[in-house]
Write a protein that binds this ligand. Structure first.
Ligand code: FAD
Ligand code: NAI
Length: 476
């Protein structure tokens, strides 16, 4: 006899577990199925984000930043450090503890919200009376029937043809987050978000890092001025980034290391010899084992589940959210979609504003933005005003000892409505929230300029950048 649910969520990453909690809060009898296993084979809900993504990468970024500060910047404060060392095993162990705290937190939230959790792989069996039959293959096999199904099966790292991940020498994000000792030479293919974050971690700890990027432009999706400023900072730190390359054969010599043949931007044949190679060239939607065909769930040519603006699939009462559908592969985007779908199932008006989804790259300097870039506005022919303010002129940034970068506002030339905010510099990840709120409420640059910001704080740079749109900064 199948167990009956109002809502069954397949996948317990940020899209899935949040959808399940919201559905349960709305009074639905809800199940969430997730197959991620911890080292002991037990459940580890939270998906890519919690296990091999957002959370562990930020833990290692924090540890390595402490090391970098102690090695190179404490002296400026009069603090001497002798015999500085890094215990990589302990750093990785701490990261694993942080991950486990998050896994346990989600299991607690399921209990608190009365979500029934199944540890195993969920797959479609057939459309049945009253919904869809879902099989769970795990420690115990189960048969479930749900009126509504939310698919949140996430994404996997994309491999380069002929260079499968072995997680020893050729690493995806998974292997990159558990390297056992600091590699002398680390190669990274792809100067996107993972490449820059993971490249930064190991560079700070002493690796010689070379990043090979296919595109001729650095961080092409980022505001040009921001990308330029960040590129300068990374070069100064010693992160080598080669643009416009074409990757050739990747070989693993008999004993150790990886050799990458590539053509440089000038057409020259080159070889990069490294101890480890991280391949971070984007991710692919994951529907492995979902048995989408059994019910005729439609996928596109990339393997993503086809959905409309409301996350509805081609099947009645089947929804899909997060990395497995179109749109940016970000945890907070997945979460917003999960909440919105649960609310739509309840007949409410779920809301996701794709124009105000913030992006953050957690390097040093941090890079964060929301809305349109200057190059996008130019391409659209939109009349705009720009204003920016450097952290160099901000008292709190000087006190912190981190004055790299700036805040930049782009506002409509006529109405002054904020169209984009771009930040490169300290705590950009936190500062961007104010810009998101402002844009969500359709604020003008003047609105931000007229709001009282605490002194001394980095947020004053945001206010000053808004003032700069009207060419009336007070401190610069
Ligand atoms: P996932 O998190 O991938 O979760 C899907 C879950 O479903 C997994 O547990 C999977 O095992 C399970 N599953 C799949 N198929 C089945 C099945 N048939 N049955 C049962 N379970 C199944 N985003 C940010 O916003 N900020 C960041 O700082 C950030 N850092 C990142 C760093 C790295 C190294 C990586 C790789 C990604 C990062 N991301 C970040 C992206 C973020 O991790 C994803 O956008 C997010 O995890 C997507 O959530 P999701 O719920 O769609 O899928
Ligand atoms: P990405 O899309 O950010 O970057 C991939 C890079 O690889 C691009 O610059 C691309 O031009 C380059 N590339 C593609 N094919 C190549 C090839 N054959 N040779 C050389 N370069 C090539 O993808 P990434 O870094 O793998 O991350 C995947 C996704 O995970 C991100 O897009 C983001 O959505 C998410 N993520 C988010 C983070 C955050 O929010 N801070 C952190 C890490 C990942």
């Amino acid at each position: 006899m199948s167990k009956q649910f109002d809502v069954i969520v397949i996948g317990g990453g940020p899209g899935g577990y949040i959808a399940a909690i919201r559905a349960a809060q709305l009074g639905f009898n809800t199940a969430c199925i997730d197959d991620w296993k911890n080292a002991q084979g037990g459940p580890a809900p939270g998906g890519t984000c919690t296990n091999v993504g957002c959370i562990p990468s930020k833990a290692l970024l924090q540890s390595s930043e402490h090391y970098e500060q102690a090695a190179h910047h404490f002296a400026d404060h009069g603090i001497g450090v002798k015999g500085l060392s890094i215990d990589v095993a302990k750093m990785i162990g701490r990261k694993d503890t942080v991950v486990k705290q998050n896994n346990d937190g989600i299991l607690y939230l399921f209990k608190k919200n009365k979500v029934t959790f199944f540890h195993g792989r969920g797959s479609f069996v057939k459309a049945s009376e009253g919904g869809y039959e879902i099989a769970v293959a795990g420690a115990a096999n189960e048969s479930l029937v749900g009126k509504h199904i939310i698919v949140a099966t996430g994404s996997n790292a994309r491999a380069l043809p002929g260079a499968e991940f072995d997680e020893e020498r050729i690493l995806s994000n998974d292997g990159a987050l558990r390297i056992g000792e600091v590699p002398k030479k680390l190669g990274v293919i792809g100067s996107g978000v993972i490449g820059l974050e993971m490249g930064s971690v190991w560079r700070r700890l002493g690796s010689e890092v070379t990043v090979l990027e296919a595109l001729p432009t650095f961080l092409a999706a980022v505001d040009e001025q921001v990308a330029k400023e960040a590129g300068k900072a990374f070069a100064k730190q010693g992160l080598k980034i080669e643009l416009g390359v074409k990757i050739g054969e990747i070989k693993k010599p008999a004993k150790k290391g990886v050799s990458v043949a590539y053509t440089d931007a000038k057409g020259g044949a080159q070889t990069l010899e490294v101890d480890k190679l991280i391949v971070s060239i984007g991710r692919v939607p994951n529907t492995n084992g979902l048995n989408a065909d059994a019910v005729g769930l439609k996928l596109d040519e990339r393997g993503a589940i086809v959905v409309d603006g409301d996350c509805k699939t081609n099947l009645p009462n089947v929804w899909a959210v997060g990395d497995v559908v179109r749109g940016p592969m970000l945890a907070h985007k997945a979460e917003e979609e999960g909440v919105a779908v649960a609310e739509r199932i309840a007949g409410q008006h779920g809301h996701v504003n794709f124009n105000t989804i913030p992006w953050v790259i957690y390097t040093s300097p941090e890079i964060a933005w929301v809305g349109q870039t200057e190059q996008q506005l130019k391409a659209e022919g939109r009349a705009y005003k720009a204003g920016s303010f450097p952290f160099m002129a901000n008292g709190r940034a000087r006190a912190l000892g981190d004055t790299t970068g700036f805040v930049k506002f782009l506002a409509d030339a006529k109405t002054d409505e904020i169209l984009g905010v771009h930040i490169v510099g300290p705590f950009a990840s936190e500062l961007i929230a104010e810009a998101v709120v402002a844009m969500e409420f359709k604020a003008s640059a003047e609105d931000i300029a007229r709001i009282c910001h605490a002194h001394p704080s980095l947020s004053e740079a945001t206010k000053e950048a808004a003032l700069a749109v009207d060419k009336r900064t007070l401190n610069f």
